[in-house]
Design a protein around this ligand. Structure first.
Ligand code: NDP
Length: 472
């Protein structure tokens, strides 16, 4: 049982002004694994005041000095990788080996990469008689989701601090314990008081208090499109900068000359990572109708290797979903797919055999999906893949783009050039070409209702800077 009873404000662990707590649930055992304070709007006021007070001195520190702090945080996180991997595997349910690599590994990589980028980043340039300088935005409110909890936090906190901003973080109430580990590390490295603050609680209270706070200069939000719209609405009242990383319904176009034996299993993997609770999940596999039977057979074969089980067992490839609510939501979508006439190839809404406890959902594949069906339009956030047959390359592109979202996508073709030509026509912020691997330094973010702004690498640092021109 991990009992965290304080918030981190102005360089100290302090009690919340409220008295309520939130239980953190282990997604495999369904038991309470921890407790955190349910913060209040007053806690946000205190944290924002501390961040505002700390900003001028922190903004003035040299790039080298900030780089040293970032390096120490990187080292601190690296030393705690085991704890982080374990805690996220329990909170979110990702199998431990993947949790170690992704949930604990990516935050370390993000902090490390930001330190490197800082050392070469051009903060100043001359244009004619103007000196153009990049300056921090001010107090940054960071609001994050549960699916890759510390990764999403690192993508905001590392560049925001490196750029000279101060931060108030509100992590997801569903998977918050990892954020306390980061706060412990930050406390240990002796970051000046008020530069980083942690206020836990629920979105409609703590999240909204941050979004509408007049002294918060920027909100960086990752989560659902629904909550992102609300944050943008509230933030607009004080014209603060708003960065949004939202949902997706990402297409995976497989052209008729692609190597199906590679493309289909890779596509299934791209849909099922983290039990499908991935914003970039490739949930719509768009394939030539003439190849449908072969694709179906390969997809079922691949899906059935994702045996659901305990994330702490070495053989498990698919953990539970994060919560009872999420499990219920995904099962409803599966039922909806059947009702609307999609062909259920494998999986289904029932609890997987032999697993009485835990928020598990069977790896599920639908075929004969039409793009206007609910399962092809709405983000499911579970291990559910829709195969959509089409009759031409033009139709494949049209179907790929026929969505409110524009986060990620993939294209497979016999030739890489051909795949790239199609990739250019997909209206999403990211596209994998013939299985191109995840690049943690590449700009990450969406078109359309998938968001605004970019995270990671050099673009992720720029997100937290504003531009001033001085005419000389
Ligand atoms: P939510 O939008 O429910 O929550 C995200 C965060 O916003 C949480 O901290 C939540 O608080 C908070 N929040 C909720 N309502 C409000 C509000 N009215 N005002 C301010 N803050 C609020 O998303 P989930 O946590 O369920 O995460 C899943 C979603 O995140 C998916 O849609 C997914 O696609 C998206 N996502 C996008 C990514 C991207 O980079 N584009 C990456 C990862 C996920 P609380 O703790 O109470 O839930």
């Amino acid at each position: 049982m991990i009992d965290r009873d304080k918030l981190y404000i102005d360089g100290a662990w302090v009690p919340s002004t409220g008295t309520s707590t939130i239980d953190v649930i282990n997604s495999t055992t369904e038991e309470v694994m921890g407790k955190i304070p349910e913060g209040t709007a007053e806690d946000v006021d205190k944290a924002v005041a501390a961040a505002k007070k700390a900003f001028p001195a922190w903004a003035k520190t040299s790039v080298e000095e900030r780089g040293k702090f970032i390096q120490r945080i990187t080292e601190g996180l690296q030393a705690r990788m085991g704890d982080i991997a374990q805690v996220v595997a329990q909170e979110v349910g990702m199998p431990l080996n993947l949790s170690t690599m992704i949930q604990a590994g990516l935050p370390v990589m993000t902090f490390g990469s930001i330190q490197q980028i800082l050392s070469t980043f051009e903060f100043e340039e001359t244009i004619g008689n103007s000196l153009v300088v990049k300056e921090p935005v001010g107090v940054v409110g960071a609001i994050t989701p549960w699916n890759y909890p510390l990764h999403q936090i690192a993508l905001k906190v590392a560049p925001a601090l490196a750029a000279g901003n101060t931060v108030v973080l509100k992590p997801s109430e569903v998977a918050p314990l990892n954020a306390f580990i980061l706060a412990d590390v930050i406390d240990e490295v002796g970051l000046p008081a008020g530069v980083f603050n942690l206020v836990t609680g629920v979105g409609p209270v703590v999240g909204e208090a941050i979004a509408k706070h007049p002294d918060v200069d920027m909100v960086s939000f990752t989560g659902s499109t629904r909550a992102g719209k609300r944050v943008a609405e509230l933030g607009a009242q004080s014209v603060k900068r708003i960065a949004l990383e939202l949902g997706g319904k990402s297409p995976n176009i497989i052209l008729d000359d692609a190597d199906l034996s590679k493309a289909v299993p890779a596509g299934v993997g791209g849909a099922f990572l983290n039990s499908g609770q991935t914003c970039t999940a490739l949930t719509r596999m768009i394939v030539p109708r003439s190849k449908l039977a072969e694709v179906e057979q390969l997809a079922v074969q691949a899906a059935e290797t994702y045996t659901p089980g305990d994330p702490f067992e070495a053989t498990t490839r698919l953990g539970p979903l994060v919560s009872a609510a999420q499990q219920e939501r995904v099962r409803n979508y599966i039922n909806k797919g059947v009702e609307e006439g999609a062909k259920l190839l494998t999986g289904g809404p029932e609890q997987p055999e032999g697993l009485d406890k835990g928020y598990f959902v069977r790896p599920t594949v639908f075929s004969d999906v039409r793009n206007d069906m609910t399962i092809a339009q709405e983000e499911i956030f579970g291990p559910v893949l829709s195969i959509i047959p089409v009759d031409s390359e033009e139709e494949a592109i049209e179907v790929a783009n026929d969505t409110i979202y524009g986060l990620a996508g993939a294209v497979w073709a016999g030739e890489k050039d051909k795949a790239q030509e199609v990739a250019r026509q997909i209206r999403t912020g990211m596209v994998d070409v013939n299985g191109g691997g995840f690049n943690p330094m590449a700009p990450f973010g969406g078109f359309k209702q998938s968001g605004r702004g970019r995270e990671a690498g050099k673009y992720g640092l720029e997100e937290f800077l504003q531009t001033k021109s001085m005419q000389l």
